[in-house]
Design a binder for this molecule. Structure first.
Ligand code: I3S
Length: 126
């Protein structure tokens, strides 16, 4: 139950909009589908919500993220050849999910990269 999990265990380290698309699931390639998400970084997960309202709704007891990326053991790195967009990074998880995230502003995109890297390096499987 997401609201309960949230209440007990998580705090927001970084929050804001990013473009994202999942490109691999369980090691299987997916067709790209870029969408804008409201992204929440916690000490464990990167959560993608439809918008900021959906995140508030989840905290108030209804709804859940559209996508939850487990950062324990994950890698994050520039995805230069994976997309024609600029400032694209890939998060690759132990279970074989890969998500691209992107922001038109390179400073914004990089600040997400650094924040996610910092979380990963604090997790046990790093
Ligand atoms: O890596 P791809 O397959 O060239 O990625 C592009 C396609 O997914 C395209 O959609 P369709 O070919 O499914 O219609 C998307 O509209 C593009 O955004 C994808 O490329 P970028 O370079 O934006 O990641």
């Amino acid at each position: 139950n997401w609201p309960q999990l949230w209440d007990g265990h998580m705090c927001v380290l970084k929050e804001g909009p990013l473009n994202r698309t999942k490109i691999t699931e369980n090691g299987k390639r997916l067709r790209k589908n870029w969408t804008i998400s409201h992204v929440i970084l916690t000490e464990l997960f990167l959560l993608f919500f439809k918008d900021a309202k959906s995140f508030v709704a989840m905290k108030n007891g209804s709804g859940r993220p559209e996508l939850c990326v487990d950062l324990n053991g994950a890698f994050v790195y520039p995805a230069d050849k994976v997309s024609s967009r600029k400032n694209v990074y890939v998060i690759s998880t132990v279970l074989g999910t890969q998500v691209l995230f992107q922001n038109e502003c390179n400073v914004q995109a990089q600040s997400w990269l650094y924040a996610i890297q910092a979380v990963i390096s604090n997790l046990p499987c790093n």
